[in-house]
Design a protein around this ligand. Structure first.
Ligand SMILES: *Cc1c(COP(=O)(O)O)cnc(C)c1O
Length: 451
């Protein structure tokens, strides 16, 4: 009998998150105050984020950080998640590679985002806040945050990227069902939103515009904290439950990955699955290759520039050291809404500089082709974001076939696509396109990076 699924017990859910910053040879550069150009302290960050997340953000000394018992208890509602050997996909590709995926789509919210929504809301609650606000793209983060806010008794206000809200109305309904208030961004409810609409009345919105609005709300509302679903170090930290579980499950399977692959928006699901394994590259001389799959239409990892840039369109956030396409970059309206972001997280940006990992760009049509093959073989319809990881995995598996190499490939299935049926419908009807960028486009957008 082939063993397909590797299941952990409740007691095997991690009790600590892994903080790769502590083990990195070159630490990430600090975020800067845009006015003074001085490195930010946890106290500076705590004006917008919970104090605990602010400390985690800048912690470069503790490799292991305790998961609060209340958070771990909520993790047990849907964790541990399965690790699956994708035999049917392997067969369809006729590859000697062994393909495994960690299935983060099994919780009721449908993506990995809940892993960080829970601790972020928990810390706000413990620190006496009553409200949380955030931005969301396709709506996975907004849905996860709305649910987490609801179970910890907080009010949530979510700014959703306007184009995603129109393309995917169901997630805003989910958020409202969990009790959150939802606005399409750019909206007329904030100064930042009004300014953007004045300049460009048809602006489709981006994660950058929505972040500007949520940060403005948090800084102008008492007891309201801002939360973020990606990009920042503490978000990637919370997501390491994925890789820590996968490490135990790969052991059950009797294998160790030669390649670890995840899709890349701001880097949280990538960091979540990759960092626990990368730890063994840093400390134990393992040679695992780490691949982050980004859209061809939003190629910050492969074609962006490493610079200090703003995290949002209006320039409200601290300056972050990252691979960026420029904070004014407007990504094409691809369906992988969660990957339409101009910059990469600070840890990942440093790891790319240090050649610890690399990015690959995938055209939209290739991602849907991969998603459909995965659905037809493994029976799970993947999120359009996750299909980037699947496409990158397929490329690697086909290389193995050509070379007759039996590599072990592990990828993260960051979410399911059951609320993205419009996107699949357009693909199946032949109505989707690729969007590539010329070097001139890239250069022009980089002009918005502050000097
Ligand atoms: C948000 C999201 C992503 C992208 O965000 P990362 O922080 O890069 O992980 C990928 N997949 C799904 C399903 C998402 O919801």
């Amino acid at each position: 009998m082939k063993q397909k699924k590797f299941i952990l017990q409740e007691k095997d859910i991690p009790t600590q998150w892994y903080n790769i910053q502590a083990d990195m040879v070159h630490k990430p550069l600090p975020p800067l105050n845009p006015a003074t150009k001085q490195p930010l302290t946890a106290n500076d960050l705590a004006h917008i984020f919970s104090m605990e997340c602010s400390k985690q953000e800048l912690d470069q000394t503790h490799a292991w950080i305790d998961i609060p018992e209340e958070v771990r208890e909520k993790y047990t509602y849907y964790r541990a998640t399965p690790l699956v050997r994708a035999y049917a996909l392997e067969e369809a590709l006729d590859t000697p590679a062994h393909i495994y995926f960690k299935n983060e789509s099994t919780n009721p919210l449908g993506s990995h985002k809940i892993n960080s929504a829970l601790p972020q809301c928990y810390y706000c609650k413990m620190e006496g806040d009553t409200n949380v606000t955030t931005e969301t793209g396709a709506g996975q983060w907004g849905a996860a945050l709305s649910y987490a806010a609801s179970i910890f008794g907080l009010e949530a206000a979510v700014y959703q990227v306007k184009i995603s809200m129109q393309q995917k109305p169901y997630r805003s309904i989910m958020m409202r069902t969990f009790g959150a208030t939802v606005e399409g961004s750019p909206s007329m409810s904030t100064r930042a939103g009004k300014d953007i609409i004045t300049q460009d009345p048809t602006h489709p919105g981006s994660l950058g515009t929505a972040i500007s609005e949520a940060v403005e709300l948090a800084t102008t509302t008492p007891h309201c904290k801002y939360t973020l679903g990606s990009v920042l170090n503490h978000v990637g930290l919370h997501q390491t439950v994925i890789g820590l579980e996968a490490e135990k499950q790969m052991e059950m399977a009797g294998e160790y990955p030669d390649e670890v692959i995840a899709c890349f928006g701001g880097g949280s699901n990538f960091g979540g699955i990759a960092f626990p394994f990368m730890r063994h590259n840093i400390l134990d001389g393992k040679k695992t290759e780490f691949i982050a799959a980004e859209p061809e239409s939003c190629p910050k990892l492969t074609r962006g520039k490493f610079e200090y840039d703003f995290g949002d369109e209006a320039g409200y956030t601290p300056l972050l050291p990252m691979y960026t396409l420029g904070h004014k970059f407007k990504p094409a309206n691809i369906h992988a809404g969660g990957l339409r972001y101009h910059g990469a997280g600070m840890i990942v940006s440093q790891l790319i500089k240090d050649n610890m990992m690399h990015g690959v760009d995938i055209p939209q049509l290739e991602t849907f082709q991969a998603g459909v093959l995965f659905a037809r073989t493994e029976g799970i319809i993947p999120a359009p974001e996750s299909s980037h990881a699947i496409a990158a995995t397929i490329r690697e598996a086909l290389k193995c076939k050509e070379a007759g190499e039996k590599k072990v490939i592990l990828f993260n299935l960051s979410g399911h696509g059951l609320i993205d049926m419009t996107a699949y419908n357009q693909y199946l009807n032949g109505d989707l396109h690729n969007y590539s960028l010329s070097d001139a486009d890239i250069r022009k957008n980089l002009e918005s990076v502050p000097q």
